[in-house]
Design a protein around this ligand. Structure first.
Ligand SMILES: *Cc1c(COP(=O)(O)O)cnc(C)c1O
Length: 419
């Protein structure tokens, strides 16, 4: 059966083991090998010429003509097969894999922004992304303007008018749920804003960093986003043993992303590509177990006397205005949670120092549970008053819930809270 047929017949989790790879390419090997090679041999000079014509855009690709393998900075089977598999979760036309989430994000900024442009972004953003927005892009003459997650289309439009930038916005960049408080941004409102700021000569792009929820349970492209980005280091990699990133979108936009990637040379290597294919086979079972565990951990924390408030999507109630966004945008509450503990920083540190199964580390989405203190660690770069405004107080602890036995997780948390 053809891959096109399979793609429409089966669920992504059923295709992660085989899609896009043919055993006859590799002596019948069931699994895709690691193509650890820098360059590829052309059968004839004519074939080499044809491959370059397509790669350099000298002519259109003929129908059913495949991109020929040339050189591993342009393409490599481990990356191409991985990219085709990643497309299935988000129902994207095309994907590009990068050597880190940051290289995926910065390549998108460099390709789609130019001097004089404004980029609107939801607050708070991942620290590395915010640093690049606030400290690098202004040197290129690009102005970043942040907006608060709860803002409606009308409020965001007003913000643009107040700042006199309605005709300069080139991109809206969103992270939802926001890290570490799980505050939601309504993508439909952002899309409405992007459309209202676009005209026939200029399309305002909506780009969504979907790392925090992962590719299973939020599909930004279906809400009108132009691009969806990931740190594949997190859920997609899922084992805390590699760094990688990905961008997905239409053929037209991804051609631009891939072209800049070719010239920046920040694609992932074949070994990382192969590891990510192995990770994708278990993405759904890992994330389902992580979420089932997170729901129980959140319920335990929610009734604990030393816990003031738990921030977990599974605990949202219909009275909360965020509930409506949750209902239309998410298929699951996911496995990231945070909570305010009694005792401010020293209470939080006492808890973190007394965990024994759960490790004290930043990063998220891996098979093991990790806990950290956002105010002094992942979000230490944000000005204190601004941090508080976003709900990131000294009492806040973040947990990325893993696949361990959930009773063991609760035992560990319960002991650390008792000290
Ligand atoms: C980790 C992370 C990044 C950066 O990804 P790297 O793979 O570390 O470069 C970007 N965005 C979010 C939301 C992240 O969690």
């Amino acid at each position: 059966m053809s891959d096109e047929f399979n793609k429409n017949q089966f669920h992504p989790e059923s295709l992660m083991m085989s899609y896009g790879y043919k055993p006859e390419w590799s002596e019948g090997a069931l699994k895709c090998p690691i193509f650890q090679t820098s360059t590829f041999v052309f059968k004839t000079a004519e074939e080499g010429k044809a491959f370059f014509e397509v790669a350099y855009g000298l002519r259109e690709k003929r129908v059913d003509e495949k991109s020929g393998l040339i050189y591993s900075r342009l393409n490599n089977p481990d990356l191409e097969i991985l990219e085709n598999r990643l497309c299935l979760w988000d129902k994207a036309d095309a994907c590009a894999v990068f050597e880190s989430g940051m290289s995926a994000i910065t390549t998108v900024f460099l390709e789609f922004l130019k001097p004089g442009d404004v980029i609107l972004y939801s607050m708070p953003l991942y620290g590395g992304t915010e640093h690049f927005l606030l400290h690098f892009l202004p040197k290129m003459g690009i102005r970043p303007i942040g907006f608060k997650p709860g803002m409606s289309y009308e409020e965001m439009s007003q913000l643009c008018r107040d700042q006199e930038v309605s005709d300069k916005v080139a991109m809206i960049f969103v992270e939802t749920p926001a890290n570490p408080t799980n505050t939601l941004v309504d993508l439909d409102e952002c899309k409405k804003l992007a459309d209202s700021l676009s005209d026939k000569d200029k399309k305002v792009m909506l780009a969504v960093d979907n790392t925090y929820m992962g590719p299973l349970w939020q599909h930004p492209l279906a809400h009108g986003a132009d691009l969806v980005l990931y740190s594949a280091t997190k859920y997609i990699g899922g084992h805390s043993d590699l760094i990688a990133g990905a961008v997905l979108g239409s053929h037209e936009l991804m051609l631009r992303v891939k072209t800049l990637r070719t010239f920046l040379g920040n694609m992932a290597g074949p070994w990382t590509g192969w590891l990510l294919m192995r990770s994708l086979e278990t993405l759904k079972v890992r994330m389902e177990q992580q979420t089932a565990n997170a729901e129980k951990v959140a319920a335990f924390l929610n009734q604990h006397p030393k816990v003031r408030k738990v921030y977990y999507l599974g605990l949202l109630t219909p009275e909360n205005p965020q509930y409506r966004i949750y209902q239309k945008q998410y298929l699951s509450p996911g496995a990231m949670l945070s909570f305010d503990i009694e005792g401010e920083e020293s209470g939080a540190f006492r808890f973190l120092n007394n965990l024994s199964l759960i490790r004290l580390a930043v990063s998220l989405g891996g098979t093991e549970s990790l806990a950290e203190h956002p105010a002094s660690m992942t979000h230490a770069g944000i000005a204190p008053d601004h941090r508080l405004e976003m709900g990131i107080s000294d009492s806040l602890v973040r947990i990325s819930v893993g696949i361990e036995n959930v009773e063991d997780l609760i035992k560990d948390i319960s002991r650390a809270l008792a000290i």
